[in-house]
Design a protein around this ligand. Sequence first.
Ligand code: FMN
Length: 364
Amino acid sequence: MSKEILFSSYELNGFELNNRMVMAPMTRSRSANEGKLATDLTARYYQQRATAGLIITEGTYVSEEGIGVVNVPGIYTAAQIEGWKLSTAAVHKEGGVIFAQLWHTGAYSHPDLHEGKKPLAPSNVNPAQQVFTAEGFKPSEEPQAMTAEDIKRTVNDFKQSALNAFQADFDGVELHGANGYLLQQFFSKNSNLRNDEYGGSVENRARILFDILDELKQTVDINKVGVRLNPSLNGIMGILVDDETITLYNYIMNKLNDYGLAYVHLIEPFTDVSDNENAVQEVAKHFRKIYNGTIIINRGFNKETATKVIEDGDADLVSFGVPFLANPDLVARFKTDALLNTPDQDTFYTPGEKGYTDYPTLNN
Ligand SMILES: Cc1cc2nc3c(=O)[nH]c(=O)nc-3n(C[C@H](O)[C@H](O)[C@H](O)COP(=O)(O)O)c2cc1C
């Protein structure tokens, strides 16, 4: 059993996943079209990777206001829903399961992407990031602090985009609560200076996530909703850990137990936090003790470490980013201990098929 656990099936709230290997969400910036549409090419890319137990799509905008990277698809117009149907049909044809990652970038954006207007964020804190615009990378600027009305509308945008995703035949949705984007900007003290019910205490900073989930609970199958979190993100992507970070994520994970979600998708620290007592060092191990449902763990896993983390009982599923990007048949390669293709970083975010749909499989 032990060598095979990665390839064993997993029952995910009614979905029979063929294996424990998840394709992590990855922005690929191939939607350089008018309507921010997923296309035939997007469908081919996901179809090639459909032997993953579960695919989570690239971050997909919940609204125009959520835009923060050029050439990324959305899921807030009828044409975008139609565009995504190509991908869901292609993956389902191969017997795969596919969730859409719902994304609002908040401050991690640029006025160029909003017709000159400031992007909306919890507070007017410049995340000091490089933003990928039509004219290349530009430094982020000070965003506009959201009003209560803005927050309400944003919660509704998440709800509507989830409904749209189900209309596009996605099997589920993942809320992007990680990597320094809007939801994490609310969670973190350094990016949230609000003094209303969305700022200050741990409960208040986490509130927007639960507002969205409470809306979703009433409108979609909540057991087809996942949440992605990066609890130990520190010093990059505009986020710092602080003296309440561990308390905050303990609170969030504990409260998520009440929702019956599809899963929580956690990320091990992106940077070395070993000398930072405010950061959770071993994310899966720590939160496994708090969260009762399915945990997907991510970052830097290979076949051996993924097998171990599941065997140790610290996670149920493991997601792979770059390995799936460069190896459409990653499952077959792991099964046969085949060599992996080398990822080409230069084509991670460039248009067209090169570095997208032309990575070879073992059979060609
Ligand atoms: C090209 C690229 C794009 C990414 N885009 C997203 C994204 O849209 N949403 C997200 O949550 N994470 C995104 N990530 C992070 C990955 O999901 C993952 O956390 C990261 O690659 C680490 O996993 P790995 O070591 O298995 O590659 C991206 C990573 C890469 C390399």
